[in-house]
Ligand binder design. Structure first.
Ligand SMILES: NC(=O)c1ccc[n+]([C@@H]2O[C@H](COP(=O)([O-])OP(=O)(O)OC[C@H]3O[C@@H](n4cnc5c(N)ncnc54)[C@H](OP(=O)(O)O)[C@@H]3O)[C@@H](O)[C@H]2O)c1
Length: 214
Protein backbone atom coordinates (compact mmCIF):
# COMPACT_ATOMS: atom_id res chain seq x y z
CA UNK A 1 0.00 0.00 0.00
CA UNK A 2 1.32 3.47 -0.86
CA UNK A 3 0.61 5.82 2.05
CA UNK A 4 0.66 9.62 2.21
CA UNK A 5 1.62 10.82 5.69
CA UNK A 6 0.32 14.35 6.36
CA UNK A 7 2.32 15.89 9.21
CA UNK A 8 5.29 13.70 8.28
CA UNK A 9 7.85 15.96 9.98
CA UNK A 10 5.98 15.80 13.30
CA UNK A 11 6.93 13.68 16.30
CA UNK A 12 4.47 10.91 15.43
CA UNK A 13 4.85 11.56 11.70
CA UNK A 14 8.60 10.88 11.57
CA UNK A 15 8.23 7.62 13.49
CA UNK A 16 5.39 6.51 11.24
CA UNK A 17 7.31 7.39 8.07
CA UNK A 18 10.28 5.32 9.28
CA UNK A 19 8.08 2.34 10.20
CA UNK A 20 6.25 2.34 6.86
CA UNK A 21 9.49 2.71 4.92
CA UNK A 22 10.88 -0.35 6.72
CA UNK A 23 7.81 -2.49 5.97
CA UNK A 24 8.09 -4.38 2.68
CA UNK A 25 4.38 -4.21 1.83
CA UNK A 26 4.18 -0.43 2.17
CA UNK A 27 5.65 2.55 0.36
CA UNK A 28 5.52 5.97 1.97
CA UNK A 29 5.15 9.50 0.65
CA UNK A 30 5.90 12.17 3.24
CA UNK A 31 4.04 15.49 3.00
CA UNK A 32 6.04 18.39 4.46
CA UNK A 33 5.62 22.14 4.17
CA UNK A 34 9.25 23.28 3.94
CA UNK A 35 11.85 22.41 1.32
CA UNK A 36 14.55 21.89 3.93
CA UNK A 37 12.48 19.06 5.47
CA UNK A 38 12.55 17.00 2.26
CA UNK A 39 16.08 15.60 2.61
CA UNK A 40 15.30 14.20 6.08
CA UNK A 41 12.27 12.39 4.66
CA UNK A 42 14.43 10.85 1.92
CA UNK A 43 16.86 9.67 4.58
CA UNK A 44 13.97 7.98 6.40
CA UNK A 45 13.15 6.10 3.18
CA UNK A 46 10.18 8.18 2.01
CA UNK A 47 9.32 9.99 -1.18
CA UNK A 48 8.95 13.61 -0.01
CA UNK A 49 6.27 15.93 -1.35
CA UNK A 50 5.79 19.61 -0.63
CA UNK A 51 2.31 20.92 0.31
CA UNK A 52 0.85 23.18 2.98
CA UNK A 53 -2.41 22.63 4.83
CA UNK A 54 -3.07 26.35 4.65
CA UNK A 55 -2.99 26.08 0.84
CA UNK A 56 -5.46 24.85 -1.78
CA UNK A 57 -7.30 21.51 -1.64
CA UNK A 58 -6.15 20.88 -5.23
CA UNK A 59 -2.49 21.12 -4.19
CA UNK A 60 -3.00 18.65 -1.34
CA UNK A 61 -4.83 16.35 -3.80
CA UNK A 62 -1.84 16.57 -6.18
CA UNK A 63 0.45 15.60 -3.29
CA UNK A 64 -1.77 12.57 -2.58
CA UNK A 65 -2.36 11.40 -6.15
CA UNK A 66 -1.26 7.81 -6.74
CA UNK A 67 -1.44 6.84 -3.06
CA UNK A 68 -3.80 4.18 -1.67
CA UNK A 69 -4.25 5.68 1.79
CA UNK A 70 -3.78 8.93 3.72
CA UNK A 71 -2.81 9.30 7.38
CA UNK A 72 -3.46 12.70 8.97
CA UNK A 73 -1.16 13.33 11.94
CA UNK A 74 -0.61 17.07 11.51
CA UNK A 75 -1.49 19.72 14.02
CA UNK A 76 -0.81 23.37 14.77
CA UNK A 77 0.71 22.52 18.17
CA UNK A 78 0.17 24.10 21.58
CA UNK A 79 2.39 27.14 20.90
CA UNK A 80 0.04 28.78 18.36
CA UNK A 81 -3.32 30.46 18.94
CA UNK A 82 -6.89 29.23 18.53
CA UNK A 83 -6.95 30.72 15.01
CA UNK A 84 -4.33 28.17 13.86
CA UNK A 85 -6.24 25.38 15.60
CA UNK A 86 -9.24 26.27 13.42
CA UNK A 87 -7.15 26.67 10.26
CA UNK A 88 -4.94 23.57 10.60
CA UNK A 89 -6.47 21.06 13.03
CA UNK A 90 -10.00 21.66 11.70
CA UNK A 91 -9.89 23.17 8.21
CA UNK A 92 -6.55 21.54 7.29
CA UNK A 93 -7.96 18.14 8.25
CA UNK A 94 -11.21 18.74 6.34
CA UNK A 95 -9.25 19.95 3.30
CA UNK A 96 -7.20 16.75 3.46
CA UNK A 97 -10.43 14.70 3.49
CA UNK A 98 -11.66 16.65 0.44
CA UNK A 99 -8.28 16.23 -1.27
CA UNK A 100 -8.31 12.48 -0.60
CA UNK A 101 -11.66 12.17 -2.38
CA UNK A 102 -10.46 14.39 -5.22
CA UNK A 103 -7.41 12.15 -5.68
CA UNK A 104 -9.66 9.06 -5.86
CA UNK A 105 -8.26 7.51 -2.68
CA UNK A 106 -10.62 5.55 -0.39
CA UNK A 107 -8.69 4.88 2.84
CA UNK A 108 -8.15 7.58 5.50
CA UNK A 109 -6.68 7.29 8.99
CA UNK A 110 -7.16 10.28 11.30
CA UNK A 111 -5.22 11.06 14.47
CA UNK A 112 -7.79 12.69 16.73
CA UNK A 113 -7.66 13.08 20.53
CA UNK A 114 -9.19 11.19 23.43
CA UNK A 115 -12.49 12.71 24.57
CA UNK A 116 -12.96 14.74 21.37
CA UNK A 117 -16.05 12.72 20.42
CA UNK A 118 -17.98 13.64 23.59
CA UNK A 119 -18.68 17.32 24.36
CA UNK A 120 -18.95 16.59 28.10
CA UNK A 121 -15.34 15.37 27.98
CA UNK A 122 -13.89 18.48 26.29
CA UNK A 123 -11.25 20.10 28.45
CA UNK A 124 -12.05 23.65 29.63
CA UNK A 125 -8.48 24.78 28.87
CA UNK A 126 -8.41 23.56 25.25
CA UNK A 127 -12.08 23.41 24.33
CA UNK A 128 -11.33 24.97 20.93
CA UNK A 129 -8.86 22.13 20.17
CA UNK A 130 -11.37 19.42 21.11
CA UNK A 131 -14.08 21.17 19.09
CA UNK A 132 -11.72 21.31 16.07
CA UNK A 133 -10.97 17.59 16.39
CA UNK A 134 -14.67 16.75 16.84
CA UNK A 135 -15.80 18.56 13.69
CA UNK A 136 -12.89 17.25 11.61
CA UNK A 137 -13.81 13.71 12.67
CA UNK A 138 -17.49 14.32 11.87
CA UNK A 139 -16.55 15.56 8.40
CA UNK A 140 -14.47 12.45 7.82
CA UNK A 141 -17.30 10.15 8.96
CA UNK A 142 -19.72 11.90 6.60
CA UNK A 143 -17.27 11.81 3.67
CA UNK A 144 -17.98 8.27 2.51
CA UNK A 145 -14.26 7.41 2.83
CA UNK A 146 -13.18 4.18 4.49
CA UNK A 147 -11.99 5.82 7.70
CA UNK A 148 -10.38 4.88 10.98
CA UNK A 149 -10.30 7.54 13.70
CA UNK A 150 -7.67 6.96 16.37
CA UNK A 151 -8.10 9.04 19.55
CA UNK A 152 -4.89 8.82 21.61
CA UNK A 153 -4.55 10.03 25.19
CA UNK A 154 -1.77 12.45 26.24
CA UNK A 155 1.30 11.83 24.07
CA UNK A 156 4.65 10.91 25.63
CA UNK A 157 8.14 10.83 24.14
CA UNK A 158 9.13 7.73 26.11
CA UNK A 159 9.99 4.42 24.42
CA UNK A 160 7.05 2.38 23.15
CA UNK A 161 5.95 -0.75 25.02
CA UNK A 162 4.02 -2.31 22.13
CA UNK A 163 1.12 -2.82 24.55
CA UNK A 164 -2.07 -0.79 24.35
CA UNK A 165 -5.66 -0.47 25.41
CA UNK A 166 -8.04 0.43 22.56
CA UNK A 167 -11.82 0.71 22.84
CA UNK A 168 -14.73 2.92 21.83
CA UNK A 169 -14.54 4.70 25.17
CA UNK A 170 -11.72 4.74 27.71
CA UNK A 171 -10.82 6.85 30.73
CA UNK A 172 -8.15 9.47 30.12
CA UNK A 173 -4.58 8.16 30.04
CA UNK A 174 -1.35 8.54 28.13
CA UNK A 175 0.63 6.70 25.46
CA UNK A 176 4.10 7.01 23.90
CA UNK A 177 4.13 8.47 20.39
CA UNK A 178 6.13 5.38 19.31
CA UNK A 179 3.12 3.17 20.14
CA UNK A 180 0.72 5.51 18.34
CA UNK A 181 2.92 5.30 15.23
CA UNK A 182 2.83 1.47 15.43
CA UNK A 183 -0.95 1.53 15.80
CA UNK A 184 -1.30 3.77 12.73
CA UNK A 185 0.90 1.43 10.69
CA UNK A 186 -1.19 -1.59 11.73
CA UNK A 187 -4.68 -0.07 11.27
CA UNK A 188 -3.95 0.85 7.66
CA UNK A 189 -4.78 -2.66 6.48
CA UNK A 190 -6.60 -4.09 9.52
CA UNK A 191 -10.21 -4.58 8.28
CA UNK A 192 -11.52 -4.74 11.86
CA UNK A 193 -10.76 -1.01 12.18
CA UNK A 194 -12.48 0.06 8.94
CA UNK A 195 -15.23 2.69 9.47
CA UNK A 196 -14.54 2.71 13.20
CA UNK A 197 -13.26 5.14 15.85
CA UNK A 198 -11.53 4.29 19.11
CA UNK A 199 -9.75 5.74 22.14
CA UNK A 200 -6.14 4.67 22.64
CA UNK A 201 -3.90 4.62 25.73
CA UNK A 202 -1.09 2.40 27.03
CA UNK A 203 -2.30 -0.99 28.22
CA UNK A 204 -1.63 -4.71 28.48
CA UNK A 205 -2.53 -6.05 25.04
CA UNK A 206 -0.18 -6.44 22.07
CA UNK A 207 -1.03 -3.88 19.35
CA UNK A 208 -2.02 -6.37 16.62
CA UNK A 209 -4.30 -8.34 19.00
CA UNK A 210 -5.92 -5.20 20.44
CA UNK A 211 -6.82 -3.98 16.96
CA UNK A 212 -7.95 -7.35 15.63
CA UNK A 213 -10.36 -7.84 18.55
CA UNK A 214 -11.39 -4.20 19.07
N1 LIG B 1 -0.07 16.38 22.35
C1 LIG B 1 -0.94 15.48 22.76
O1 LIG B 1 -0.93 15.06 23.94
C2 LIG B 1 -1.94 14.90 21.79
C3 LIG B 1 -2.90 14.03 22.26
C4 LIG B 1 -3.78 13.42 21.34
C5 LIG B 1 -3.66 13.70 20.00
N2 LIG B 1 -2.72 14.59 19.54
C6 LIG B 1 -2.62 14.81 18.08
O2 LIG B 1 -1.58 13.98 17.58
C7 LIG B 1 -1.14 14.47 16.30
C8 LIG B 1 0.37 14.41 16.18
O3 LIG B 1 1.01 14.92 17.30
P1 LIG B 1 2.59 15.22 17.30
O4 LIG B 1 3.01 15.40 18.69
O5 LIG B 1 3.30 14.28 16.38
O6 LIG B 1 2.54 16.67 16.59
P2 LIG B 1 3.75 17.61 16.07
O7 LIG B 1 5.08 17.05 16.42
O8 LIG B 1 3.42 19.01 16.53
O9 LIG B 1 3.59 17.51 14.48
C9 LIG B 1 2.61 18.20 13.79
C10 LIG B 1 3.05 18.31 12.35
O10 LIG B 1 2.04 19.05 11.63
C11 LIG B 1 2.72 19.85 10.69
N3 LIG B 1 1.97 21.02 10.27
C12 LIG B 1 1.56 22.08 11.02
N4 LIG B 1 1.00 23.00 10.23
C13 LIG B 1 1.08 22.54 8.95
C14 LIG B 1 0.70 23.07 7.69
N5 LIG B 1 0.15 24.28 7.57
N6 LIG B 1 0.92 22.32 6.59
C15 LIG B 1 1.50 21.10 6.68
N7 LIG B 1 1.89 20.54 7.84
C16 LIG B 1 1.70 21.27 8.97
C17 LIG B 1 3.98 20.32 11.42
O11 LIG B 1 4.92 20.76 10.46
P3 LIG B 1 6.36 21.40 10.85
O12 LIG B 1 7.20 20.22 11.25
O13 LIG B 1 6.79 22.06 9.60
O14 LIG B 1 6.10 22.34 12.00
C18 LIG B 1 4.39 19.07 12.17
O15 LIG B 1 5.27 18.29 11.42
C19 LIG B 1 -1.75 15.86 16.17
O16 LIG B 1 -2.87 15.77 15.31
C20 LIG B 1 -2.21 16.18 17.60
O17 LIG B 1 -3.29 17.08 17.62
C21 LIG B 1 -1.86 15.18 20.42
Amino acid sequence: MKVLVVGANGKIGRQLVKLLAEEKHHQVRAMVRKEEQMEKMKQLGAEPVLADLSGRVQDIAEAARGCDAVVFTAGSGGHTGADQTILIDLDGAVKTVEATKLAGIDRFVMVSAIGANKREKWSDKIKHYHAAKYYADEALKASGLNYTIVRPGALLDSEGSGKISAAEELDRGSIPRADVAQVLAVVLDEPNTYRRSFDLVSGDTAITDALKYL
